[in-house]
Every structure is written in C-alpha cells, then in structure tokens.
Design a protein around this ligand. Sequence first.
Ligand code: PEP
Length: 255
Amino acid sequence: MNKSLRKAVIAGNWKMNKTPSETTALINEMKPLVANADCDVVVCVPYVDLQAALDATKGSNIKVGAENCHWGKSGAFTGEISTQMLTEMGVEYVIIGHSERRTYFGETNVTVQKRVRAALDAGLKVILCVGEYLEQREQGVTFEVVSEQTKIALGGVSKDELKNIIIAYEPVWAIGTGKTATAEQANEVNHAIREVIAKLYDKAAADAFVVQYGGSMNAGNADELLAQEDVDGGLIGGASLKAKDFSEIVKAASK
Ligand code: PEP
C-alpha cells in the first residue's frame, strides 16, 4: 500500500452551523491560510450556505460540498435536495451516510447506496462515511460493520467510478466527543477498508483509493493521525469552524 499514490483530502463538515454571511466571513479568513496546501481542501456546508461558499471560494483552492443529497431527480420529496440542484450551482462534493444522518434521520445502508448512485450519476464527488458505534467496537465487530457499510454503499459502483469516491472512517464514539481514535485504531480500520476495496475491485484500485479519518481531529492530533500509512486526510467537524484550526490540519496533511 503506497501512501504516495494518494493525494490527501481535508474536508470540513460544518453540520448545522453558520449562516450565509458567516460563511462568507469564515471562508475569507480561511483562504489565505490554506492557499499553499499540498492536499485537496473542501468545505461541506448547509444547503442555504452553498451559494455564499461558492462565491467566496471562487478563484481559490477550496472546493465546496453539500452535506447530503436525495436520490430522486425531482418530485414529491418535501425538504429534500436533488443532485442536479447541487451540480447546477457548481457544487463538487457531497457527504453521504454521515453517522448523524444514520442515527437521527433514519439513513440506512440501502438509502446510502441510492444516494451514492445518484451523486455519481450527476458527476458529484462523494465523501462516504462509515463507522461503528461504541457498543459495536466493544463487541469486537468494528471490521464487520465497516466492511458491510462499505460493500453495500459501493454496490453497483464500477472501478472507474471509484475515482469519484472517498471514504471517511468515522467511529461514531469519536464524533464531536473530543475522544479521538488512536492513530493505530484509525490506521487499522482504514487499512481494513482498503482491503475491502482490494477484494471488491483490485489492489491497484485500493492503492489509489483515498480513506480519510474523522472524529475529533484537531490541530493537536492531526500530525500523528495523518502520518499513518492508511490515513489519507480527514473529515473535520468542530475544528473546521475555526479558520486557524482548520488550516493547521491542512498544513499537517500537506507535509
Ligand atoms: C464529523 O462531523 O464528521 C466529525 C468528524 O466531527 P468532529 O470533528 O467534530 O468530531
């Protein structure tokens, strides 16, 4: 497995934070701090902030993503947003299957698969989230859970389409809790995900595939996490809401 074959991706997940005007201000603060990044930099923001984010990032190295999308093209799905709505705006990325969607909004492996399919068909780049609950880790079934989530989400995805997907391994017990997985725990599960990719596709596909870690990554622990062989970047919640903290993580990924 050769880390140098992969370009790290640092993506912020703003969740339900920031208004449009706050979005403009935060991105303007971030831009000079991440301008020299040697990794891909993405901010995934609430739907209503997308236009402000697209305007503020114009001409910069920061890409914009949404935090979810629906699988339908249009129709009677009150409150949902289609992939075409996103691409027409110029949005490039979308997070799918975040544990907060799975836990609070009834997202399942099957609906995740449908959203992944729709996003790829529309030409979006997918940040697919997988990860175990604390009880599952304690029960010793982490690899099974993550492997099942990965396999089902990638059902029907061709080898060529893999270039438009990255996976974020996010242990649910580490999200927003300040409790980070150790670098070894993160690397071990990221490695297992890469092995699932190798089995589903082949070794070359797995070697080229970006697997991020997410879960309380911050300026203080990013160096160690991102130095791991199988950790190719991060999905960052809390620390992505502060320009300086986010840029420190981007710097760590650029080493
Ligand atoms: C996330 O929401 O994807 C996340 C990793 O959050 P945090 O960094 O706050 O744990």
